[in-house]
Design a protein around this ligand. Structure first.
Ligand code: FA5
Length: 343
């Protein structure tokens, strides 16, 4: 039996010395010291040993177990050290190498322009209000003085969800929602997505508007003109001029459409402005007394101005983009032009 123990120790010594990885070591440890390992198997033979030799046998096997465990421990330390050195070599960083430039994303041009517009108006004291995109017929049309079957409904090709629910065609329902909750003085800006069955180079079925509403005593069309002049000079440039053209919206009286001088040709006429020198950016007017009354505001005491600005149109003018669809194609080369140049 002593021979067997010595043979096992010699075999373990040889095998452990040849181990070269933590995985091999773990497997070998199980082979010798595991529950069904070679050393453990020896201990299990105790019952076959004559009683007078059991104590000596037990001591020898325990000594063997300790020696084998010590061999494993020693080899484990050496292997761990070797493996760590190898990993340091493998993962070494050459700090003198040039770094790889990280590509940053940037805001979409529509978000850049929306944020800019919001900043300008918030600077003038406007608060932000956001209304729902799925709107009732009442808020989208009726409260704005557009009853059912009114011909003005044809001005905006509407997506109907059901008879009385629509995808809002403009941000003007926000006017009603604000005036129902808040009493004058009111100075609110309402940005959001709107939807119309429209699709060509300057019209998109989903686009963004920003509604502006001011209600107070003595508000006139002159306030609107002053407000918009200041706004376009900040958004475009100092020389940009506005032009008010008579128009019709059932919810404003009088109503105007507002053009700005073309940013490409500065009024001379070019492809972007279709040779006119002017580009329309928004609809506006003095809030119709009927709308004020619908919202419970005394129209003999208060008056208001409102405007609805197209964010896509403003972005196209600001950056000279001839086709609205470019804004929704998400071509990364196009979008990168709006990031910072040093990235
Ligand atoms: C309106 O939507 C009115 N609610 C604006 C208004 C508000 C008038 C408050 C009076 C008082 P209009 O349909 O003209 O008006 O649209 C306003 C702006 O949205 C347009 O000047 C244009 O810039 C933009 N726009 C309209 N249709 C589209 C479209 N399909 N795609 C992209 N932009 C559009």
């Amino acid at each position: 039996m002593q021979e067997k123990i010595e043979g096992l120790l010699a075999a373990a010594k040889e095998e452990i010395a040849a181990l070269s990885s933590s995985r091999e070591l773990a497997e070998c440890k199980v082979k010798y010291l595991g529950k069904t390992g070679l050393v453990t198997a020896l201990l299990k033979q105790m019952k076959d040993i004559p009683p007078e030799k059991r104590s000596e046998f037990g001591k020898s096997v325990n000594a063997l177990k300790e020696q084998v465990s010590a061999l494993f421990e020693e080899r484990e330390k050496a292997i761990r050290k070797e493996e760590m050195e190898k990993s340091f070599e493998r993962e070494a960083v050459d700090v003198t190498l040039d770094g790889k430039a990280v590509k940053f994303g940037n805001l979409h041009p529509l978000n850049i322009v929306r944020n800019l517009i919001i900043d300008v108006f918030v600077g003038m004291g406007f608060e932000i209000f956001e209304g729902p995109e799925i709107e009732s017929d009442y808020y989208c049309f009726q409260a704005l003085n557009i009853p059912k079957d009114h011909p003005a409904r044809d001005m905006q090709d509407t997506f109907y969800v059901s008879d009385n629910i629509v995808l809002r065609t403009h941000t003007s329902p926000g006017q009603v929602r604000v005036m129902e909750k808040k009493k004058p003085p009111i100075k609110v800006l309402s940005p959001g997505r709107v939807y119309r069955a429209d699709d060509d180079a300057s019209h998109s079925p989903m686009f963004h508007q920003i509604e502006g509403l001011v209600v107070d005593k003595g508000i006139t069309l002159c306030d609107l003109k002053g407000l918009l002049d200041e706004f376009v000079q900040i958004i475009f440039d100092k020389d940009t001029k506005t032009r008010l053209r008579p128009s019709y919206f059932p919810f404003t009286e009088p109503s105007v459409e507002v053009d700005v001088t073309c940013s490409e040709c500065h009024g001379a006429g070019c492809r972007l402005c279709k040779g006119t020198g002017w580009i329309e950016i928004l609809g506006a007017g003095v809030v119709n007394k009927k709308v004020l009354e619908n919202c419970g505001i005394d129209s003999d005491v208060y008056s208001g101005l409102a405007f609805g600005l197209g964010i896509e149109r403003t972005t196209m003018i600001k950056y000279g983009i001839p086709d609205i669809r470019t804004l929704f194609e998400n071509n990364v080369k196009f979008l990168r032009q709006f990031g910072r140049n040093d990235r």
